[in-house]
Design a protein around this ligand. Structure first.
Ligand SMILES: Nc1nc2[nH]c(O)nc2c(=O)[nH]1
Length: 462
């Protein structure tokens, strides 16, 4: 679509650019022209002469410009339960934390979402997602509060409306008071899709159907959830194959491993992405590749919870779409995505493929285009190409932390988290010099501390 005659332009010049397009095109010194909310042109050297309505020129000297980072798995509410149960595996950690999580309310949900989003956005995330699966009775409008926080911050966003209905009494892991009913979960999810999902090109808000995990969700909710998502034309998300304990649970209860269970419930397909996927054999990976099922790789959380190392190089070789996820910050206290680019690269080198596992450019692709693919938005975001949405980041690479590394993509991925001079979403700047422009970061920090303390008090009294 050509820009309108009145389109306002922003020109960025003199920067290195990693486009993450299909050919991995890079420019040692290039330009980017933004017209309203889209990239109009990109290339080597200086921007074309004679552009009209240029409202801003940015000198990108000393910077690398990349697509904005895309986070594909998170649980925002966990921002106010960070640093707890630090030496547990997944099941023990969940059992320790469910009782606290089951006491969150709308105000806590809003503030935790603000904290989670702020931490990611100031570190270069332009598209975020939240898998929210804890909906206590009388907690208020949690989904509305979370979506409101993303919209206020100006971040592109998918709410994966989660749910749990398999509690202890049905052989599941969560306590009985922490779950919804099958009908309650389905009708609330349908209502959330109807209220918030925007399927249009450039949409800032989307909703996915996201029952939590095999050990916290009934088979009926998995099946009917998949039917609901397909009837509404939205994506499906869940946790899968995270730990050996989950694999054992599936074999004992369903007589098959997680991937076969997902297939039997309608949960493999191009419209599905799953978090973790650590314990996948060759036939599981082939099934994901054959069906186009995506993976949210969460290396830091997998290490924190001693889950294992996902076989990302094998997935990529087979053609599985793979993005990166911070995961909830109760299992990855850092809460920012640069750590996941770096850890994806480093941790996968500890696996079978050693130094050939992933390189810096593949890691950057996971955190950008790969994320866009698994969220179903690769036609809009994830690479810098004319016609795509203007979601991009200027990383400052000429300071002490990176200046002595010649290759900018190597500096970005292997080095410390780089300062973000500017981050744009949909053509609008949301970060300048590492500070959010849209919200008051210090007020959010204070509010997150207060809400974490309030939740801890309520949980202790329960
Ligand atoms: N890493 C995580 N895995 C999970 N499985 C599940 O059912 N909930 C979680 C979670 O919060 N984090």
């Amino acid at each position: 679509m050509a820009p309108s005659a009145a389109a306002q332009r922003i020109v960025i010049e003199n920067c290195a650019i990693a486009t993450v397009d299909a050919d991995d095109t890079e420019y040692a010194s290039g330009y980017l022209v933004v017209a309203d909310n889209r990239i109009e042109s990109i290339g080597a050297g200086r921007a074309p002469e004679g552009l009209e309505n240029v409202v801003r020129r940015i000198d990108g000297t000393g910077h690398l410009v990349t697509p904005g980072l895309v986070n594909t798995h998170h649980h925002f509410y966990q921002w106010i339960t960070r640093g707890l149960a630090t030496d547990h595996n997944l099941f023990n950690w969940l059992v320790a934390l469910y009782p606290t999580w089951a006491r969150i309310d709308e105000q806590m949900g809003r503030v935790a979402a603000q904290g989670s989003l702020a931490m990611m956005a100031r570190g270069g995330v332009t598209t975020a997602m939240d898998h929210h699966y804890v909906y206590p009775q009388n907690a208020g409008d949690l989904s509305g509060a979370i979506i409101g926080a993303a919209s206020e911050m100006g971040v592109r966003f998918t709410l994966a409306r989660g749910s749990m209905d398999r509690s202890k009494k049905d052989g599941g892991l969560p306590p009985d008071f922490a779950v919804e009913t099958l009908d309650g979960a389905l009708s609330a999810t349908a209502e959330t899709v109807d209220r918030f999902h925007d399927a249009s090109f450039g949409s800032m808000t989307q909703v996915a159907v996201a029952p939590c995990s095999p050990f916290s969700v009934s088979t009926e909710l998995m099946k009917q959830g998949a039917e609901l998502a397909r009837a509404k034309g939205v994506r499906l998300h869940t946790h899968g194959s995270e730990t050996v304990e989950e694999e054992q649970f599936c074999k004992e209860l369903f007589g098959m491993g997680p991937t076969d269970y997902f297939e039997s419930t309608g949960w493999l397909g191009q419209d599905v992405w799953m978090a973790h996927c650590v314990h996948m054999n060759d036939s599981d990976i082939a099934a994901f590749a054959r069906t186009g099922t995506g993976v949210a790789h969460c290396p830091s959380s997998n290490a924190r919870l001693a889950a294992g190392i996902a076989r990302v190089p094998d997935m990529l070789k087979a053609g599985v779409p793979v993005g990166l996820g911070v995961d909830g910050t109760a299992s990855n206290e850092s809460g920012e995505l640069h750590t996941e680019l770096r850890n994806a690269l480093l941790i996968n080198r500890l696996g079978a493929h050693r130094e050939a596992a992933l390189n810096a450019r593949q890691a950057l692709r996971l955190g950008t285009y790969g994320g866009a693919q698994v969220l179903g938005r690769a036609a809009e975001i994830g690479s810098l190409e004319a016609g795509k949405l203007a979601d991009f980041v200027l990383w400052k690479l000429d300071t002490l932390a990176h200046a002595s590394i010649a290759d900018p993509v190597t500096a970005l991925v292997f080095g410390a988290a780089a300062p973000v001079t500017a981050s744009f979403v949909n053509g609008k700047q949301i970060v300048e010099d590492n500070r959010l422009l849209t919200v008051d970061e210090d007020a959010i920090a204070r509010a997150t501390r207060d809400e974490a303390q309030r939740l801890a008090r309520i949980a202790a009294q329960a």
